[in-house]
Design a protein around this ligand. Structure first.
Ligand SMILES: Cc1cc2nc3c(=O)[nH]c(=O)nc-3n(C[C@H](O)[C@H](O)[C@H](O)COP(=O)(O)OP(=O)(O)OC[C@H]3O[C@@H](n4cnc5c(N)ncnc54)[C@H](O)[C@@H]3O)c2cc1C
Length: 435
């Protein structure tokens, strides 16, 4: 018996299946119990139930970042915990564990503020931020994790704790993913942004255009954050005419400035090749999802993210071969600026210059074979480390370790051993306890 305000479902009961539904269809948790938590007290009750029975605990908000499926234990679904409270004077928002970025974007915009959200507003605030959180304004403001003011969490001893900067677990949580407990809410910093200059420039995909983008990134101010995606656009009627059936390079831009200045900065890039489509404009932050146009429908995918000290355009273009046995959508994001700054958050490799991310829609392909192909492709890049937010599906122990600077990884292991010695929270990009 678990005494909760939300609901508890066991296999076969109505509600069990919807309780474990998520965006990622490559796998699905199959726990002994789903706790659809209505609030922090329910989370505490679920963790206490699990801890007293030595049952591991999985957590799911949206399912965008499913790492390892739980085949037993307790799944805490935070989907119904969606409270958001903006403190205008403090420029912060208190968000409950199941909140998606879209809600915070809309609430914050009413007060002339914006959160450090990423390319998709459907992603969960907490999962994204625990993995660092690489957003549209990242080069100006750093990782979302750098702006967290307080975290409320239930640790493996079923104790609710409020953590603030200076507490030993605080920095480890912000970068260490879901390894230390179930976060019930978070106070995040907001920034005074209402409009930006942004959108996309589409070119025929080539190594030359990737090289032109890379060279251009060396010239842009920190207020401009950009990425390039190499995407095979399907030959279907819904695809925009000029892109339909083509392999395109989609440069995504978010610039904190006015259109005239943005146009001036972007001019050399616009001249770098034949532009198939150009959606750059001044836009309200509430429309920032249109910059990347990430998929909104649940599907099955696998992917990995590699942090790089430099970008080899031919190598990046080579990974994107649409005719490959495991075809990959490749995306490279420009890092630097405030991302390289000091922070209590244990996000690794802050001096990396780019993060390269490969994703393959599974479309019936064998996930294991796709992941092996990704690991092998990633190996050829000689990256500085892994970016775990872009690891879709299980990571190897080496990939997890490579996400952190060695001292930070040792600290994560020390804290994991102290706070979760039985590895209750293991269905994630796991940092196992020592021993
Ligand atoms: C389309 C798409 C776009 C994306 N864009 C970006 C981007 O721009 N920048 C970026 O940095 N990342 C991005 N991501 C990655 C995303 O941030 C991660 O996948 C993140 O883990 C998703 O969190 P979630 O809560 O939405 O997903 P979920 O699958 O619900 O959660 C993922 C994991 O986060 C942990 N977790 C979630 N909630 C809690 C909690 N309350 N307490 C403890 N642990 C918890 C758990 O380990 C859980 O398994 C994107 C992913 C997708 C699919």
């Amino acid at each position: 018996m678990i005494d909760v305000d939300g609901a508890v479902f066991r296999p076969g009961e109505p509600g069990y299946d919807t309780g474990r539904d998520g965006f990622q269809l490559a796998g699905r948790h199959r726990p002994e119990v789903v706790v659809a938590a209505a609030g922090a007290a329910d989370v505490r009750a679920a963790v206490e139930y699990a801890a007293t029975r030595d049952m591991p605990v999985a957590v799911q908000a949206t399912g965008h970042g499913l790492a390892v499926t739980a085949e037993h234990g307790v799944l805490v679904s935070t989907r119904a915990m969606t409270g958001v409270r903006v403190d205008v004077a403090a420029r912060t928002a208190w968000v409950e564990a199941g909140t998606r970025w879209r809600q915070v974007i809309e609430e914050a915009a009413r007060h002339g503020l914006a959160p450090l959200s990423g390319s998709s507003p459907h992603v969960g605030v907490v999962g994204y931020t625990l993995g660092g959180g690489l957003g549209l304004l990242a080069r100006r403001y750093g990782y979302a994790a750098d702006h967290v003011r307080a975290v409320e969490i239930v640790t493996a001893d079923a104790r609710p704790r409020r953590l603030v900067p200076g507490d030993e677990l605080f920095g480890a949580l912000l970068g260490g993913g879901g390894n230390f407990g179930v976060v019930t809410g978070m106070e995040i910093g907001l920034v005074p942004v209402t409009r930006l200059y942004g959108g996309g420039l589409y070119f025929p995909a080539s190594a030359e255009i990737v090289a032109a983008w890379r060279d251009w990134t060396a010239t842009v101010p920190d207020g401009l954050t950009s990425a390039v995606g190499l995407i095979p656009v399907p030959d279907v009627p819904e695809a925009p005419g000029p892109l339909r059936g083509r392999h395109v390079a989609h440069v995504r831009i978010a610039h904190l400035g006015e259109a005239a200045e943005g146009d001036r900065i972007v001019a050399p890039l616009r001249a770098a090749g034949p532009v198939l489509a150009d959606t750059l404009r001044e836009l309200p932050f509430t429309e920032s999802a249109s910059i990347s146009n990430d998929p909104e429908a649940a599907h099955a995918y696998a992917g990995t993210g590699v942090l790089l000290d430099g970008l080899d355009p031919a190598a990046a273009f080579g990974l994107a071969d649409p005719g490959a046995e495991v075809p990959c959508i490749v995306q490279v994001r420009h890092l630097g600026g405030a991302l390289a700054g000091p922070s209590p958050a244990l996000v690794g490799h802050r001096d990396a210059r780019y993060v390269l991310h490969v994703v393959t829609p599974l479309d019936g392909r064998d996930p294991g074979a796709v992941r092996a192909a990704h690991r092998s492709l990633a190996g050829t890049l000689k990256g500085a480390g892994t970016f775990l937010n872009f690891q879709y599906g299980p990571a190897t122990a080496e990939q997890v370790r490579a996400a952190y600077d060695p001292g930070a990884y040792r600290e994560l292991v020390r804290l994991k051993t102290a706070y979760d010695p039985a590895n209750l929270f293991r269905f994630n990009h796991n940092v196992p306890p020592a021993g």
